[in-house]
Design a protein around this ligand. Structure first.
Ligand code: BG6
Length: 519
């Protein structure tokens, strides 16, 4: 398909008004579960990127908390992580100074007495660095430990200190169904006020996800057509080529629906579907998202599909099936693919299907949202010309590439030059983030960590939102659990998922878009 590239003029970029970036007050970031991959691969590189951009306070400390006794190696291990995963040069002039702010504290998460020691250690660091009591507790442990850690922080008076501001960041998964999410919310709110709670979904830190709001509400031309009168349907795909990457035990309990649909995909859907918030403030944005989720009626089980990958070829490499992965049950019934058709029953969207699919070991890595517009009321071209190079006129399609190849493309019909008849061919207007703004090494956690330190909850989940999305998916999970899938594995690694997922759309006379990525 012919493509028209779109670019940003340097003179426009240089005139973009930049808000005065706020810098958080001095504080201590305490990371529970610091020996896990997340800390080294994402959190520390993101914190260092903030340091490079001079967005960290002058005085800060990072305390890694874990059960393993890593004290001597911890800071060095984090330095390696920053270099390897943060795209940072080993001789970066700010690296040594940054690493000097990192320390380690060994703690048994279940042992209340250890928290008294942790408190004493944090008070010591606080005094030494003149921090003033501000603390951010980041829970990056296995979810089974969340409630215990929170309770112990509360019992030691660390959640409501005499001075300073304290907040808690909680990694996903936040619960595994409605009941567990409600219980966890209850346990969290028994210790921390909701304004102190930051439930993280790293998708919201992605620039392209934030850009969805800008695209919709900073541009005048899309809003009038962003509704059931013009939009035929919406597809959201989160396709990964990776398998479970050694996370077998976690994934066995999670599955695709819990792992990415209930959280990341629901966030994407809400940003496509929400009404214009009155401001870009936490309460306004969260309120509008909640309205979207509440407008989704129960999804009939017939409108859902689950799949599990067998062996196959991904990116030219032979890979094993899910059941042969490390620490996975050889007869596992866990889904590595989930798809569904749902609707948002409100004035704007009534009758517009939203098709969602997420899968591991798919043909291509691509997270995309595509908005297909309705055909014009009368097709006056291509009616008689069977020799036309583009037989059927394709409807307008707006594709938002969340990752990789971040960008936005709009497909429209153009007249094929030099043909005597009015031949119409689809062409693409394509905006590519990297081409326009340059490559970024940010991983999404920069923005979220900074916001949490600043106390801005806009990009974090609220308890009502979490419970509403779980309420939607819990019946599906229950129904899937009650009936073991008959034919697992049902798709080859390296394919677009099980065939039955195609039927979801075929019933409606539609098809999944499989030409994902940049055209
Ligand atoms: C995580 C899931 O939340 O998101 C992983 O637990 C998944 O299974 C990952 O691979 C996808 O995130 P990203 O940013 O790589 O698209």
């Amino acid at each position: 398909m012919a493509t028209i590239q779109m670019s940003v003029r340097p003179e426009d970029l240089s005139q973009v008004p930049r808000g005065q970036e706020r810098i958080p007050d001095p504080g201590i970031l305490v990371i529970f579960g610091a020996s896990g991959d997340l800390t080294k691969r994402k959190l520390l590189p993101a914190l260092f990127h903030l340091r490079q951009a001079d967005l960290l306070p002058r005085e800060f400390a990072i305390v890694g908390v874990a059960r393993r006794g890593l004290a001597s190696e911890f800071a060095e291990d984090m330095r390696k992580g920053i270099i390897e995963f943060g795209g940072v040069e080993a001789d970066d002039p700010k690296l040594d100074e940054f690493v000097s702010h990192i320390s380690y504290f060994a703690l048994n998460f279940d042992d209340p007495s250890h928290y008294a020691n942790l408190k004493a250690e944090l008070d010591r660091i606080d005094k030494e660095r003149g921090i003033g009591g501000n603390r951010l507790f980041y829970l990056a442990t296995a979810p089974d430990f969340f409630a215990g850690i929170i309770e112990n922080l509360g019992a030691q008076g660390m959640a409501q200190p005499e001075k300073g501001l304290v907040a808690v960041v909680i990694e996903k998964p936040f619960g595994h169904d409605l009941e567990s999410a409600r219980l966890l919310n209850h346990q969290v709110n028994a210790v921390f006020h909701e304004s102190q709670v930051f439930r993280i979904d790293h998708y919201l830190g992605k620039e392209t996800v934030q850009n969805l709001l800008v695209f919709r509400f900073a541009n005048g031309i899309f809003e009038p057509i962003w509704n059931r009168n013009y939009i035929d349907h919406v597809q959201i795909t989160v396709a990964e080529t990776l398998g479970v990457e050694g996370r077998g035990p976690f994934y066995e309990k999670a599955g695709a629906l819990r792992d990415v649909v209930q959280n990341h995909m629901m966030e994407l859907l809400s940003l496509v579907a929400l009404e214009p918030p009155s401001s870009f403030e936490a309460e306004s944005v969260r309120r509008e998202k909640l309205k979207v989720w509440r407008a989704i009626p129960t999804v009939p089980i017939l409108n859902t599909v689950r799949g599990q990958y067998g062996p196959g070829i991904v990116d030219g490499q032979r890979v094993i099936g899910y059941r042969d992965e490390e620490r996975v049950n050889p007869e596992s019934g866990t889904e590595t693919f989930a798809a569904m058709r749902l609707e948002v029953e409100n004035w704007r969207w009534a009758g517009v299907p939203f098709y969602l699919r997420a899968g591991k070991r798919m043909k291509k890595r691509a997270t995309e949202i595509s908005i297909q517009f309705k055909q014009p009321p009368l097709l006056i071209f291509n009616r008689l010309h069977t020799t036309n190079p583009c037989q059927a006129i394709q409807p307008n399609l707006l594709t938002i590439r969340i990752q990789p190849d971040e960008g936005i493309a709009l497909r429209f019909g153009a007249k094929v030059p030099t043909t005597p008849e009015m031949a119409v061919c689809p062409v693409n207007m394509d905006f590519d983030y990297e081409g326009a703004f340059g490559k970024s090494s940010a991983n999404g956690y920069e923005r979220l960590l900074l916001d949490a330190m600043l106390g801005d909850q806009t990009l974090f989940a609220h308890r009502d939102g979490v419970e509403t999305t779980w309420a939607l998916f819990t019946p599906i999970l229950q129904s899937w659990a009650a009936k073991k899938p008959e034919v697992f594995p049902n798709y080859f690694a390296g394919s677009w998922g099980p065939e039955c997922a195609d039927h979801l759309l075929e019933h409606d006379g539609r098809a999944w878009r499989n030409d994902l990525g940049r055209s």
